[in-house]
Design a protein around this ligand. Structure first.
Ligand SMILES: [Zn+2]
Length: 115
């Protein structure tokens, strides 16, 4: 996985964790289980750090896709996009150059990474 895609996956994971931490249902569950509700601030700090590493262009693409789907960066397995479960064209390339476009699914537009 390229560093660019790796940072986007990290951002996505953090955002999912932040959403969970903010979810009153999971908060109640944690309290009922006796866990302290904490970590939201740390998660948000970590998110800021990751965001600073991501090129603005990649971030814009990420945010555009996030407006449509909960998961923005999805894995590819056996040439199937695990976001929309469509087969990718044979030409789909896993190579990510330093400044080139990120690999995205032709069908759903999500950013792809290969397992
Ligand atoms: Zn797709």
């Amino acid at each position: 996985m390229s560093d660019r895609v790796h940072d986007l996956v990290a951002l996505q994971d953090l955002e999912l964790m932040i959403r969970d931490a903010q979810d009153p249902a999971s908060k109640e569950k944690e309290e009922a289980l006796g866990f302290a509700v904490h970590g939201l601030e740390e998660l948000q700090k970590a998110r800021e750090t990751v965001v600073k590493k991501i090129p603005p262009r990649d971030l814009r693409l990420y945010e555009r896709i996030r407006g449509k789907y909960q998961r923005v960066v999805v894995p590819v397995r056996s040439r199937i996009c695990l976001g929309c479960f469509q087969a990718l064209p044979t030409m789909a390339t896993r190579a990510v150059s330093e400044n080139g476009p990120l690999p995205t699914c032709e069908n759903c537009g999500r950013i792809l990474y290969w397992l």
